[in-house]
Design a protein around this ligand. Sequence first.
Ligand code: COA
Length: 150
Amino acid sequence: MIVPMQETHIAQIAALEKRCFSDPWSETSVRSELSNPLSFWLVAEEDGKLIGYVGSQSVAPEADVMNLAVAPEWRNKGIGRALMTALIAQLHSRGITALFLEVRVGNTPAQNLYQSLGFVEAGRRPKYYVNPTEDALILRKELTDADTVD
Ligand SMILES: CC(C)(COP(=O)(O)OP(=O)(O)OC[C@H]1O[C@@H](n2cnc3c(N)ncnc32)[C@H](O)[C@@H]1OP(=O)(O)O)[C@@H](O)C(=O)NCCC(=O)NCCS
């Protein structure tokens, strides 16, 4: 089940950030997204347990994906794709026409997902990431009526 992020999800998101990223968002940073009018986050739940999330910030008509993660034991089951598809549909319905994100040049699983969703390379940020230092690819996707889901 994919639902908008609520206060009850914050601690689990922060815990999953620590498991998935070498430079994780703090619980305070995640919580601040709840009161940020530019932010829109979705979480995936299974039996009441948080198993993934995706976060975005919008300055219409563009938006950025801030982060996307699926718990390691839940990967390769379509949850990352479902989160991104739901985010794209929600942002499109809110008038967003272009979506951007950064991804590590070495992150093949995420790049495959983004490419299959129609993202294309728009640039590169040298040494954007730390732990370890790595370039970011900037990816962009135009949102169209084809991105609406029923
Ligand atoms: C990237 C991530 C969110 C994908 O989530 P997921 O639920 O496992 O992905 P899905 O099962 O929905 O797979 C969607 C597509 O991603 C790609 N993909 C996923 N895992 C992959 C892997 N291990 N190797 C290659 N491609 C992979 C495939 O294109 C797949 O499509 P397919 O099933 O038709 O082949 C997950 O691997 C993750 O949390 N990684 C760590 C955090 C991270 O890197 N986040 C992205 C930061 S930019």
